[in-house]
Design a protein around this ligand. Sequence first.
Ligand code: HEM
Ligand code: HEM
Length: 252
Amino acid sequence: MTAHVDKTPATSPADDEIADLATARNHLQVRQTAIYVYEWPVRLWHWTNALAILVLAVTGYLIGSPPGSQPGEASDAYLMGYIRFAHFAAGFVMAIGMAGRIYWAFVGNVHARQMFVLPFWSGKFWREVLIEAQWYAFMRDYPKKYIGHNPLAQLAMVTIYSLGSIFMIVTGFALYSEGAGQGSWLDTLFGWVIPLAGNSQNLHTIHHLGMWVIVTFVIIHVYAAIREDIMSRQSMISTMISGWRMFKDDGK
Ligand code: HEM
Ligand code: HEM
C-alpha cells in the first residue's frame, strides 16, 4: 500500500508572512487613488443619450433610405410610421436630455462644465491637446493624468459633440415643425430655420450629413474610451458608470 503524499508544504503563520514579504518584494506595489468625478445626472444623461442617439441614427438612416414598400393595406403595416415615431420620440429624449445637461453644467461640479467650455486662450491647453494627440498616435510612451476629460477629448466633445448635437436638435425640430403645421409652437420656435437652409430639401440634406458627423464621433469616442480604459493611467468606462476615477500607478 502506498501512502498518500501531500505535495503542499505545511505552512505555519510565520511561513505565510515570509511568503508574503517575498511576494511583495517581487511585485510592484500599487496604490490607487479614487476621485469622484461624474455626478449621477451626468452619468444618467450619458447613457440615456447614447441610447437615444443609437435609435436616432438607425431610424434616421431608414428615413433617408426607406425599406421597400410593404404588401397589403398601408395602414396594416405602418412600418415607416413606427420608424418615424421612434425617431421623433428619441429626438424629444435627446432634446430634453440636452436641456437638462445644460442646466447641470451650471449647478453641477466643475467636470460637468467641461463639455461646454473650451479654454481657447490657454497655451497650456493647446500644448496638452498636442501631447494627447501624440499619445493617441502611439508617438509617446506615457500619457498624462487627468481627473476630468483630457484636453483632446474635451476639444472633440465641445466642437463636435455639443455643437453637433445642438445643430441636430435645431434642424430636427425645424423639420418636425413642417409636420406640426404653421402657427404651432414648434413652427414659431424653429420654422425660421427652413428659409435659412434655402428649402426643406436642403434642410433634410444637412440634417442627414450631421448624422454622419455624429456617427463618426461615436465610433472614435468608443474606440478611445476602450483604448484609454486599457492603456491610460486612469479608469474610464467604470468612471462613466460609478462616477469614480481610479488612478492606476499612484505608488510609482
Ligand atoms: C451614442 C453613443 C455615445 C455618445 C453620443 C457619447 C457621448 C459622450 C459625451 C458627450 C461625453 C462627455 C460627457 C460629459 O462631459 O458630460 C462622453 C463621455 C464618456 N463616454 Fe460616451 N458617448 C457614447 C457612447 C459611449 C460608449 C458606448 C461608451 C463605452 C464604451 C462611452 C464611454 C464614455 C466614457 C468613458 C466617457 C468619459 C470619458 C472621460 O472620462 O474622459 N460612451 N460620452
Ligand atoms: C443625433 C441625432 C439625430 C440623427 C442622427 C438624425 C438623423 C436623421 C436622418 C438621417 C434623417 C433623414 C434625412 C433625409 O435623408 O431626408 C432624419 C430625418 C428627420 N429627423 Fe432626425 N436625426 C437626429 C435628431 C433629430 C431630432 C432631435 C429631431 C427632432 C424631433 C429629428 C427630427 C427629424 C425629422 C422631423 C426628420 C424628417 C422625417 C421625414 O421627413 O419623414 N431628428 N433624421
